[in-house]
Design a protein around this ligand. Sequence first.
Ligand code: ADP
Length: 288
Amino acid sequence: MELIINNLSKTYDNGVEALKNVTLEIPKGMFGLLGPNGAGKSTLMRTIATLQDADEGSILLDDLNVQTHKHPVRRMLGYLPQQFGLYPKMSAELLLNHFAVLKGITNKLERKQIIEALLHKTNLYDVRKRNLGGFSGGMKQRFGIAQALLNNPKLLIVDEPTAGLDPKERNRFYNLLSAIAEDTIVIFSTHIVDDIKELCTKMAIINRGEVVLQGNPLELIEQFNGKIYQKSIKRSELESYKKLYNVINDKLFLGKPIIQIISEENPRNGFVPVDPSLEDVYFSQINN
Ligand code: ADP
C-alpha cells in the first residue's frame, strides 16, 4: 500500500496559496510532516482525508483516486483532526460504541469485541467507564486514536497529535502510533523537530505550501555532515554575523547566544565544526 501525491495545489478564496505543487510518496510506516504554523500541513491532511478539495493535482491510494472516490477511501481511512470534540459527560466506552454504530459496525457482538480490543490497544481499558471530561490530554488523544481505528484503516492521518501533551504522554502516544504503523500508513504532522528523528522512516519538510525537503531523517541529516559550524558570540554581534554568514539558528547556551551556520568550507574565525542535527536540517530550509 502506498499513497502518491502529485502536484497538489490549493489556493483559498482569500488568495492564500496553502499548497503549491506538493508531490510526495508515502509508503507504509510512520511519515512525519514537519513545518512551521501556517505551512499548509492541515490543508494537506484534510485534503488527503477527503474533507476538502485541491484545485489541481492528484492523490492516489494504490490505484484508488482519493479525490474522485471519496467513499471507498473513507472506508480505509482513519483521521484524528487537530480539534477533536468530545462529550465530556460520556464514558470512553459509550462514546466509542456510539462512533462504532455511526461507522456502520452494526453487529453488537462484533462491536463489543472491536471496542474492547481498541481500549486495550490504546491503554484505556481500565478507565473505560470514566467520563471523558476527566481525561488528561494524553488520554483524550489516545481516545481519538481509538475512534480513528474503529474501521481498521489502512491509512491513518493525525494532525498535530502531541500539542499540549507532556513529554511522558508524548512518548506513550508515539509508541502507540509506531505500533499501528507496522501495517498501516501513518501520516502525522508536527512543528516539533524532535518528534520526527527516531520515529519516522520518511519525512517531509513543508514551508509556505511547498515541500522543501523529503527523505529518511537520518539520511537527510547525513547530507549536512561537515557543513555545520557554531560559535558563541555577544548578543550585539548577532546582526553582523547574520550579514556575513548563513546563520540557520541562534539559541542561548547558559544565557549566551550561540549561532549555528551552514558553510561548505571551514569558516575559521572561532567557529567550531559540530555534528548536524535534524534541527539544523529544518532551519536550513525554513529560515531561507
Ligand atoms: P498548518 O497546518 O501548517 O499550520 P494550514 O494548512 O492550517 O497550515 O494553513 C496554511 C495557510 O492557509 C495559512 O496561511 C492559513 O492561514 C491559510 N488557511 C487555512 N485554512 C484556511 C481557510 N479555510 N480559508 C482561508 N485561509 C486558510
